[in-house]
Design a protein around this ligand. Structure first.
Ligand SMILES: Cc1ncc(COP(=O)(O)O)c(C=O)c1O
Length: 402
């Protein structure tokens, strides 16, 4: 039953020779091939069986021509998912498809700001935010998150001051937040939203991790644009099934833009970039996932909660030098290694060479990333056990030798 529904998350699946960036690009990225790769945010689990079946059925049709008509059934699947899981009712005319969220962020930047304009982000944050801003020759403004008492808070005064000082035009919100794992509260989002309205700042709300909010730890995702009509009117809400159902390689994102002028300009920029044609299988997989993937996702989240509890227990008991910032959302853990007293470069080599792990270096996420590493936990528990034991041995060896 479990394996038929792809609910056996303990199964170790060989992903080599699938053109996987995680498993097949080590040499290209200058990494030894024997590291346990717990970095890039895709999962080592099979997608729900219903998604695979729907793709098989579609492939039997045999014709894979241009696919750019959003059917009622596709839209209903997306909308019903949002209503049921996030109590949000996006409208069909708001929907624009893009091949990825990062692509949507770049299109938003190019549509709604000019070269040299300032865009604010809350680092440490998903690194392509900064890359997208800089590569489009905009000015990166950082409102650093504040790390206190083992969690992260927003400095709202700094946020407003930086907006005013830099005449910020756009804010890229990450909610739930990668890598620090915060799920921003209604109060946090309202404070941010009111400041954006006050200073006429457009918001790109990246909510790709919305389905990974841990209710078991008392958290709930709030859709930013749904809080007030004036937020909706200035927000580009980025959603996708790619994280939730492990479909990133299919490149299907559903971007919702209620403001018609913004939406039409966004669409024109997509065409200018030659990105007008979505992926035929992306449609199929997205619809099947939202129609039939609920119980798979529920089982997966329960498995991930166990993984988090296991890692938390292991660190507390055996590796007190490494502190887990307990996530409210996302499947990415933010680990504080500062007690080891290593520079960022030393920490990176320690993780790779001594612990045999491939994690994301904290510094890649910008200000506040020093001393941290990001660990993906969407693996069978046996893989995480092996990884933690390797880390344990490396830390014990280091502590013994210093
Ligand atoms: C916050 C955030 N946004 C976007 C993405 C990437 O989305 P896509 O593959 O659709 O560009 C990720 C992937 O990890 C992410 O964490």
């Amino acid at each position: 039953m479990n394996s038929k529904s792809n609910l056996d998350f303990n199964e170790v699946i060989n992903r080599h020779n699938t053109n996987s960036v995680k498993y097949d690009a080590a040499a290209k990225m200058g990494k030894p091939s024997n590291l346990i790769p717990l970095w890039v945010a895709d999962m080592d689990f099979k997608a729900p069986k219903e998604v695979i079946d729907a793709m098989k059925e579609r492939s039997e049709h045999g014709i894979f021509g241009y696919t750019d008509a959003i059917s009622e059934s596709y839209f209903n699947a997306v909308q019903n998912w949002m209503i049921k899981h996030h109590q949000w009712t996006p409208q069909k005319e708001w929907l624009v498809m893009t091949p990825s969220i990062v692509n949507a962020i770049c299109v938003a930047i190019r549509t709604l700001t000019e070269v040299g304009d300032s865009i604010i982000v809350q680092q440490p944050v998903y690194h392509p935010f900064a890359e997208s801003i800089l590569t489009n020759q905009r000015n990166l403004v950082v409102n650093p998150l504040v790390y206190t008492d083992g969690t992260y808070q927003i400095d709202f005064e700094d946020f407003e001051r930086k907006i005013v000082e830099n005449q910020v035009k756009m804010f890229i919100l990450c909610n739930p937040h990668n890598p620090v794992g915060r799920v921003w509260s209604k109060e946090d989002l309202t404070k941010l939203g009111d400041l954006c309205v006050k200073h006429d700042v457009i918001v790109v709300a990246d909510e790709i991790h919305a389905d990974f909010v841990y209710e078991d730890f008392g958290n709930k995702h709030v859709v930013f644009s749904d809080l007030k009509p004036e937020y909706l009117n200035r927000t580009i809400t980025c959603t996708a099934p790619s994280k939730s159902f492990n479909l990133a390689g299919l490149q299907q994102s559903n971007i919702f833009i209620a403001n018609e002028v913004i939406r039409e300009n966004f669409k024109k920029e997509l065409v200018r970039m030659g990105l007008g044609n979505p992926n035929v299988m992306g449609f199929v997989a997205c619809q099947a996932a939202y129609e039939h993937g609920e119980s798979w996702l529920k089982a997966l989240k329960a498995y991930l909660v166990e993984n988090i509890r296991f890692i938390e227990g292991f660190l507390e008991e055996k590796l007190p030098e490494v502190k887990l910032i307990r996530p409210q959302g996302t499947y990415l853990l933010w680990l504080d290694f500062s007690a080891l007293g290593l520079t960022p470069a030393e920490l990176n080599s320690f993780i790779a060479e001594k612990a045999g792990l491939w994690l994301n270096s904290g510094t890649m996420f910008g200000v506040g990333g020093e001393g941290f590493q990001r660990m993906n936990i969407t693996y069978p528990k046996s893989t995480l056990e092996k990884a933690l034991n390797q880390l344990y041995n490396a830390v014990r060896m280091r502590v013994a030798n210093t």
